[in-house]
Design a protein around this ligand. Structure first.
Ligand SMILES: Nc1ncnc2c1ncn2[C@@H]1O[C@H](COP(=O)(O)OP(=O)(O)OP(=O)(O)O)[C@@H](O)[C@H]1O
Ligand SMILES: [Mg+2]
Length: 174
């Protein structure tokens, strides 16, 4: 009889947080209940006609709230790239934006298939985009590096065969 080998993957966590800020910023990722406004959008798989709408609604709301235009640009770039990634690379997911008086926390949770090697996915130019995704003009492998560049703190938790959580913070006062 052949032995059945169970392969167990453990979730990998990737953090991009300025040195010395670990405790303060990790706390900001778990303030959820205190948010002033919470916005939720679903992101269906490969729906490129609608992917990006959640990010633009968040941008419009923050603009009305008077958020600085450079800060707004950074939030819009990071959230758009993350939203497109869920549509392009996952089976669909949810975007939740938590708005506080001093910052925004945006989380993306999808239905897999997960990222086997997050460090590799972060390398500029690395992409597994399929032909359809490339036809829509995506697949340069620059989305994740751009999210990192434009956010004040980034956290990704994923593994092969699991859902991916990507969440970031941007503070309104720079
Ligand atoms: N939510 C996700 N689920 C599964 N894999 C993902 C997810 N987000 C990113 N990836 C993986 O990470 C790779 C790099 O992502 P990144 O956003 O940097 O580039 P891209 O989406 O391929 O191209 P671009 O963003 O420049 O259009 C993707 O090609 C994919 O393999
Ligand atoms: Mg991308």
């Amino acid at each position: 009889m052949q032995a059945c080998v169970a392969v167990k993957y453990s979730m990998a966590d990737y953090w991009n947080i300025a040195p010395g800020m670990e405790n303060a910023l990790k706390e900001c990722f778990s303030r959820d209940a205190e948010a002033d406004v919470t916005l939720e959008f679903s992101i269906p798989e490969k729906d490129f006609n609608n992917a990006g709408k959640g990010s633009s609604e968040v941008k419009n709301l923050l603009k009305r709230l008077g958020v600085d235009s450079e800060v707004l640009r950074r939030i819009a770039v990071a959230s758009y790239e993350a939203e497109i990634n869920v549509a392009a690379h996952s089976h669909g997911g949810e975007m939740t934006s938590l708005i506080y008086d001093d910052m925004i926390h945006i989380k993306f949770i999808d239905e897999g298939p997960g990222i086997a090697d997050i460090a590799q996915a972060m390398v500029p130019g690395y992409s597994t985009a399929d032909d359809l995704v490339r036809e829509f003009g995506f697949g340069a492998g620059l989305g994740l590096p751009n999210i990192q560049k434009n956010s004040d703190a980034l956290h990704i938790s994923s593994a092969a065969g699991e859902s991916t959580l990507l969440e970031f913070l941007v503070f309104f006062a720079q």
